[in-house]
Ligand binder design. Structure first.
Ligand SMILES: Cc1cc2nc3c(=O)[nH]c(=O)nc-3n(C[C@H](O)[C@H](O)[C@H](O)COP(=O)(O)O)c2cc1C
Length: 309
């Protein structure tokens, strides 16, 4: 998740919680080869990603720029790269990037035709059902079927929906029937019960991607893997994770403002896992001084925190 799950987060998460086999790294945007610097792939350096295997992801619509960046990533040792056809944000989609490309199967075909031939590793794709309507993907899948992709990950919402409503499972089922590639399901997995319902309905799926649900409930991937939720105290291990995370960003980020902003970004998700998280989130959101933030969080962990359920 762009702006949240960078290498620091992924490594710290993997040190404290079980369950994930790998992570899709937040997208890197293509740049023309003559403007590329190592800064673009700083978060993907293999020695900084020792705890959690990752697959890099690229956002862009130029086959040349994509191939250049993908070749660089393959040279860094990654066997696969992912193409982002899912990003729903208007500044991205209006440039026909991310999910903005889904309504243009011809352009996707041309892109894949040029790219697949020249990249030395495997390509996977992450996409939504469409930009405006959920049937756009139906016209795209026959094109994707013609190329040797590693897998496709489908988040069954349209970009227009952003995150509103529920994933469209009927549309997902249609995609499953039409795709010849392995399909990964993604969207709104937030508890074991919901996961079981999905895996019962789609027994042919053996890869699942969890985003927001794992930020809010970091024990969830492990609970899903083990099939049981038997962790008696979730607050102490969560606090240990948070403390490490905070310490690492404190070392890395320049200035209290950046640190506070980063923590505010995380607490939007962390707070959801707590029974009384909404009040905490509001308090943190309205805090602009790091010492005050530290007081609020300390008091929360010492006196107030209640894990949901
Ligand atoms: C803040 C934020 C950043 C995201 N960044 C990315 C990204 O860089 N690449 C990507 O493929 N998806 C990204 N996503 C989408 C998620 O990977 C995922 O598809 C979506 O949140 C639905 O899954 P979930 O319900 O498990 O979160 C992002 C989502 C959010 C909320």
């Amino acid at each position: 998740m762009k702006g949240l799950t960078d290498a620091v987060f992924r490594n710290t998460f993997a040190e404290h919680f079980d369950g994930f086999d790998s992570a899709l790294a937040p997208f890197v945007t293509t740049v023309a080869a003559d403007r590329f610097t190592d800064r673009h792939v700083r978060d993907l350096l293999p020695h900084q990603n020792g705890r959690m295997p990752i697959e890099p992801q690229i956002l862009g619509n130029s086959a040349d720029d994509f191939s250049f960046l993908a070749r660089h990533l393959f040279d860094m040792g990654y066997p696969d790269v992912n193409w982002n056809l899912g990003c729903p944000f208007r500044p991205v989609t209006k440039k026909r990037r991310g999910s903005g490309l889904i309504p243009f199967p011809g352009q996707v075909d041309e892109f894949l035709d040029k790219t697949v031939a020249v990249i030395p590793g495997r390509l996977s794709i992450k996409l939504r059902l469409g930009r405006n309507t959920p049937d756009e993907i139906v016209k795209l899948l026959p094109i994707l079927n013609r190329y040797p992709l590693k897998e496709i990950t489908i988040h069954p919402r349209t970009a227009r929906q952003m995150y509103a409503g529920r994933p469209d499972l009927d549309a997902f089922e249609v995609c499953l029937a039409q795709s010849r590639h392995p399909v990964v399901y993604n969207g709104d997995i937030t508890d074991l019960k919901g996961f079981r319902e999905l895996s019962t309905r789609f027994p042919q799926i053996d890869s699942w991607m969890i985003g927001r649900g794992a930020l809010s409930r970091p024990f969830l991937p492990g609970i899903i893997k083990s099939g049981k939720d038997d962790i008696p105290d979730k607050i102490a291990p969560f606090q240990a994770f948070y403390t490490d995370l905070f310490g690492r960003y404190q070392e890395l980020l320049s200035g209290p403002g950046h640190l506070l902003d980063r923590m505010k970004g995380f607490w939007k998700y962390f707070a959801v896992g707590f029974e009384n998280g909404a009040v905490l989130e509001k308090r943190i959101h309205h805090t602009f001084q790091l010492p005050r933030y530290l007081q609020i969080v300390e008091r929360f962990f010492e006196e107030e925190a209640q894990w949901e359920g």
